[in-house]
Design a protein around this ligand. Structure first.
Ligand SMILES: [Fe+2]
Length: 130
C-alpha cells in the first residue's frame, strides 16, 4: 500500500517514483520491490545544517533554501530537487536543479502553512514544516 507523495526508488536502475494517488499495490521495478525513501532524522548538526530546508514567508508565498549553510552543488554531491507542498497537499511545486544553480525555490502559494523537502544524491531526503 502506498501513500500520496511518498517517494520510491529502484536500487538497480535508479528509477524514482512519486505517488500522486494512494493504492493497495506494492511498486516493483527491475523485478524487485521499490524502496520507500524516508526522511532522514539525524542528530548530526553538520548534516542537518546543510540539508534541512530553511523556509521564509515572503509577500507572495515562501522562499525555500537548502539549508542554513548552503548545500554543495557539485557533480558528485548535490540537491536533485526541492519541493514545496501546502499542508492540504493541493499545491505542490517541484524544482529540479542543475549543479550550476543555488539550491533554492520560490513558491507562490497563498497557504499560511507549508512543508518543504529536498533530496540530496548522497545523504537522502530532508524535510521541514513551516
Ligand atoms: Fe548532501
Amino acid at each position: 500500500m502506498t501513500k500520496k507523495l511518498e517517494l520510491y526508488k529502484c536500487d538497480i536502475c535508479g528509477n524514482l517514483v512519486e505517488i500522486l494517488a494512494s493504492g493497495q499495490g506494492a511498486l516493483v521495478c527491475c523485478e524487485k520491490p521499490m524502496i520507500l525513501i524516508k526522511t532522514e532524522l539525524t542528530e548530526n548538526e553538520e548534516l542537518n545544517d546543510k540539508h534541512i530546508p530553511v523556509i521564509e514567508k515572503v509577500v507572495d508565498g515562501f522562499k525555500i533554501r537548502i539549508g542554513a549553510t548552503t548545500h554543495p552543488m557539485t557533480k558528485e554531491h548535490h540537491i536533485e530537487f526541492i519541493q514545496a507542498i501546502s499542508k492540504d497537499e493541493k499545491y505542490i511545486k517541484t524544482k529540479f536543479l542543475t549543479t550550476e544553480e543555488i539550491p533554492e525555490l520560490n513558491a507562490k502559494c497563498n497557504s499560511q502553512t507549508l512543508w518543504a523537502r529536498a533530496l540530496c544524491n548522497i545523504h537522502g531526503l530532508f524535510k521541514k514544516e513551516f
